[in-house]
Design a protein around this ligand. Structure first.
Ligand code: FAD
Length: 392
């Protein structure tokens, strides 16, 4: 077992063994075709301790760093992108807990001990048409006399929908119109939460990111994590969510890119030209295309590793953090899409069949652009950093 936090002795196979990865890979096509949640993947990952990789050893986890978790998520995504993306949401909360604790704020200790005990944490942030994302919410957060909150509203795209046990969410408490507060909290699954059966998408079907209706779902006082004013906020919780979300998301799509590249190289070795009698791997045009994919891919893992390490080591990039983080997510998802596109061309017509893994990756990789920060948001953030804010 790798020593906690020691990248040099870190072996991804200790946490995600080859045999488990191959079982997960073997189930991915069926999960996609049947449009179901990968229950077996989750239970095997839980068994392997994967749900607590980011939980410190003193709270029952593997005590890995964000840099190490990012490597593992790339590895998992090469086998089953939807499984990796679903688990990502749980890892985001455990990662946020670590980011906070590393900075002396232990508000999410219950997430760490909960994850080690087998709880599954979902990420209930997205709402229809809410392009403010973390900085605003249409969900009503109503204070209770005991310090808890009830939440009423509708969250969309809640990955892990059939299996989560705790939903981390936000809502707006406008009970004092002069001082509205965004409330970040965790609610357990209860009768006040309705999960619609409405996930029927082009790709990432295994995430089962269904719509979640909140009908007065209650977070007890000890699960109310943070109250922050609406709008951009320097709160460490907001930084933690942003940082861990963008880096782990970039990792999932980088894993897809890696798998597409491997499949393209494999196919190029197998397809043979009647014209030359040689495998496509010897065709200068195909060689150029695969090389181009490789050149693009090789930039991604080091970018993720460097920024994740900076988060782990409490580096201070100040205002630059946001464009660095949304930038790596944007580059990873856009590059992965282009690599999968090229892989389809290298593989030829067979990749167009629904049964071909590349056609699934092609559908899955499209989802990358929709996650925050979407291309518009990433560009707006970069423009603000380099040019200053947009004038009114
Ligand atoms: C595979 C996948 C998994 C995801 N998992 C999660 C997750 O676990 N947790 C999470 O918080 N987010 C998750 N997301 C959500 C994601 O991050 C985005 O929030 C989501 O893709 C919405 O993107 P958008 O802003 O482009 O869509 P929107 O423009 O917000 O559209 C989303 C839906 O809202 C409707 N809509 C848009 N505007 C309005 C309006 N004014 N009134 C009423 N309806 C409206 C649209 O018709 C559409 O059905 C996931 C996304 C994907 C693709």
């Amino acid at each position: 077992m790798a020593a906690s936090g020691d990248v040099t002795s870190f072996d991804p196979a200790d946490h995600l063994p080859d045999a488990l990865l191959e079982r997960i890979r073997g189930r991915a096509a069926g999960v996609d075709a049947d449009n179901v949640f990968p229950d077996e993947d989750l239970s095997e990952l839980r068994e392997a301790g994967y749900l607590s990789i980011l939980v410190p050893a003193d709270r029952g986890g593997a005590g890995l760093t964000l840099e190490q978790a990012a490597i593992l998520q790339q590895r998992l995504a090469t086998a089953a992108p939807a499984t990796a993306l679903a688990v990502n949401m749980h890892l985001v909360w455990t990662g946020v807990a670590k980011v906070l604790r590393d900075r002396g704020i232990d508000d999410l200790a219950f997430v760490q001990s909960g994850a080690a005990a087998g709880e599954v944490f979902a990420f209930g942030i997205s709402e229809a048409g809410n392009d403010l994302v973390l900085f605003g919410s249409d969900t009503v957060a109503e204070p209770r006399p005991d310090g808890g909150y009830t939440f009423t509203g509708t969250k969309i795209f809640t990955s892990l929908a059939p299996v989560w046990t705790q939903l981390g969410l936000h809502g707006l408490d406008a009970s004092d119109p002069d001082a509205p507060q965004l409330v970040f909290a965790f609610v357990p699954r209860s009768e006040a939460v309705v999960t619609r059966d409405d996930w029927d998408t082009l790709g990432m079907r295994g995430t089962q990111s269904r719509t979640t209706e909140l009908h007065g779902a209650t977070a007890p006082a000890e699960r109310v994590v943070r109250l922050v004013p609406p709008g951009p906020s320097p709160d460490p919780l907001v930084f933690g969510i942003f940082a861990v979300f963008e880096l782990l998301l970039a990792s999932v799509y980088t894993g897809i890119a890696r798998r597409a590249l491997d499949l393209a190289a494999e196919t190029a070795g197998k397809r043979r030209s009647k014209r030359t009698g040689r495998p496509h791997a010897q065709d200068p045009d195909i060689r150029w295309r695969v090389a181009d994919m490789g050149l693009a891919y090789d930039a991604l893992p080091p970018q993720i590793a460097a920024l994740a390490r900076d988060v782990d080591e409490l580096a201070d990039h100040g205002a630059r953090w946001f464009t660095l983080l949304s930038g790596v997510k944007h580059r990873a998802t856009a590059t992965a899409k282009r690599i999968v596109d090229d892989a389809m061309l290298v593989a030829g017509g067979s990749s167009y069949f629904a049964s071909n893994e590349l056609s699934r990756l092609y559908r899955d990789v499209l989802a990358g652009a929709f996650h925050p920060s979407d291309p518009e948001s990433a560009h707006a953030t970069a423009a603000t950093y380099w040019l200053g804010p947009l004038e009114a």
